[in-house]
Design a protein around this ligand. Sequence first.
Ligand code: ADP
Ligand code: ADP
Ligand code: MG
Length: 589
Amino acid sequence: MRVAVLLEERCKPNSNAFAYLKKYAAMCDRECIQVEGSKCKILETACPVCFTRAKHCPDEAVKIINLPEELDTDLTHSYGENSFRLFRLPSPRQEQIVGILGPNGIGKSTAINLLSGTFTPNLGDWTNESPDWDEVISTFPRGELRDYLGLVSTGEVSIAVKPQYIDKLPSIFDGEVSELLERVDDREEIEVFSEVMGISHILQRKLGELSGGELQRVAICATLLKEADVYFFDEPSSYLDIYERMRMVGVVRSLVDRGKRVLVVEHDLAILDVLCDLVHVIYGERSAYGIFTPPRPTRTAINAYLDGFLPEENVRIRNKPIQFLRGRTRGEEFGTPLLKWGGIEKTLGDFSLKTGDGEVKSAEVVGVVGPNATGKTTLVKIIAGEIEPDEGWCTMDAKVSYKPQHVRSNFDGTVQEWLDSELGNKWRSGEFHTQVIRTLQVDKMLDLRATKLSGGELQAVSVAICLGKEADLYLFDEPSAHLDSNARMEAAKAIRRTMESNEKAAMVIDHDTYFLDIVSDSILVFQGEGGNNGQAVGPLSLRKGMNLFLSDADVTFRRDVESHRPRINKPLSRKDREQKATGEYFYSD
Ligand code: ADP
Ligand code: ADP
Ligand code: MG
């Protein structure tokens, strides 16, 4: 099967692609390529010559994709001619948590919409606005998924969804947290669940006043309060610290004990790993097509994903495997201290931060960890010179490049123009181009308008810009936010490599354990009570720092024998108890 996908934002009138397609629209009698008004179209039945012409359209605005024939019968949904296509579907299962693992823009949210009955699969016939459910169902092989779709079609399953984009909630519901929760409180359990999710103290606040992490916990709480047969969680760990992530894992798992079906999209692989019973990997090409693979045991699926090769499908999804370093292979050849601080104190409203003495050397990457609202961003801002401490000292022989937590783009132009204006010519070639621009896939965004980027795209460009600046010390505040798991690993590697090869130092605040494990040489641990007080301890060695941090969080990790990736031990399992007894929270084999 050959399909043509047009990336609409790249084929607008006045674009190079538009002019190109218009030129060729007139050249074939069969009108394989058409341009009407401001819209371009490529017929699915185009002749080989026109397919080839379309393929050479500038700015990669057209993707011509050859798909294996066995997929012909497995097309589940298409949004329109020359738009995104989804093949196959994952299946929610009785009393199991099923995970979905794949990059952004590949069809995960589309699948959730289809499985929750928001819209009906059209099997590729986008002209059919109300597809017949019985017909749709008959195309799926007998089994769990088919039975499930039967239930959806007759309205026999009730469904609760935690959407991906929680930032939009305040604009949809302009009221207090308690009002929102009361509306969905089917079993009258507001008190229990707001306690479990740690939001009892914010029930009287307006949604618009909440931080990202608070909003996420409210959204998860609202989903849990609904009485449903199937629960969907689209990226539940965004904005949460590791304590909150583990708490989320606990409550979502408790749904299974109540006989529910649960489906989860999650990019924090440590969390996906401990949360799910089975995982569907989805692969394909961003914005063009996505193919769901059958469910595999969680460990097998994640290991294959990291390895970059899906053996059952015989499909390579990445050129190189993602590797995790063992502790002892990490270099200890750091250079001279670039930055030293001591006894810093800072009060902001009701919150106060204190630090011990610390230093960061050249070629060192310091992971910065700790609960939300304990002052991580505040310390980084002090180091970046954005705010003054009340007490203490901070000496620095370094130029700083800083990526703030909340990145925004006001740049009026394309990504390419933005990169030019920030970095000059440097990003276009050489090591920086191969190690950063390409691996973060910024090269595929060059023609997009900076103000129109998705959260993940904006994060990738911001990380690239921060890394591209001439500096001695690079500060990253939550670079993994909005990135999919693949992009997270690539970003971690890009940061590490840049620091190693240029003898620069970095401090990286993050909550994703795999990201931290790949990027960090040492760990700065924040402790304290969020919103009230925070203390910074370290930087300590990776092992010591992670032990301190994880003992606070009460979580232990073991190493996977094959991939060496860290895996969270199930709470109270034998390994968990043994490791806690010996104080080895992170490094046990
Ligand atoms: P994911 O959740 O994996 O990030 P989505 O399912 O949201 O991906 O989107 C997959 C692709 O489908 C994207 O490229 C997006 O542009 C496209 N898409 C999503 N919704 C629509 C829609 N309503 N109309 C046309 N295209 C859409
Ligand atoms: P973290 O990065 O660890 O999540 P932050 O450093 O962002 O934490 O914030 C620590 C605490 O300080 C939070 O409770 C936050 O609300 C508070 N805070 C930050 N900036 C200000 C400010 N300008 N005025 C009052 N409180 C502030
Ligand atoms: Mg999505």
